[in-house]
Design a protein. Structure first.
Length: 117
């Protein structure tokens, strides 16, 4: 079996490049570059962690109210986690779609400006 080729860039250099690009987008006072598409992965990861912690707190905190309430929260916790993550994912995908539409519209406008005499 062939060994895998070495990665082109280290994880640290990739992370530094992303941070630099985000910093550049944040300081763009003309608002020509969007920062949201660059941070959407981070927002989704934060949603996953938050939903996980909230559902665990919900599930195990229910037992302080009693056994029946605890069993109820033990069953509904994963359902609430799934519904929240689904809602967060759909919302973020919608937001990305709007930004991509804006970027593509800008590209089309630039192409039409170049064609006009």
């Amino acid at each position: 079996m062939k060994p895998l080729p070495p990665p082109d860039r280290s994880l640290l250099s990739v992370a530094w490049g992303e941070l630099t690009a985000i910093g550049t987008s944040l300081t763009d006072l003309s608002f020509r570059h969007f920062v949201t598409p660059r941070i959407v992965r981070t927002l989704y990861l934060m949603s996953l962690v938050g939903a996980g912690l909230a559902s665990l707190a919900w599930m195990f905190g229910g037992f302080s109210e009693g056994v029946m309430h605890g069993l109820f929260t033990l069953v509904t916790g994963p359902v609430a986690f799934f519904v929240y993550i689904l809602t967060a994912r759909v919302g973020l995908e919608f937001m990305l779609a709007v930004f991509r539409i804006a970027e593509n519209t800008e590209k089309l406008r630039e192409k039409s400006d170049r064609r006009e005499p």
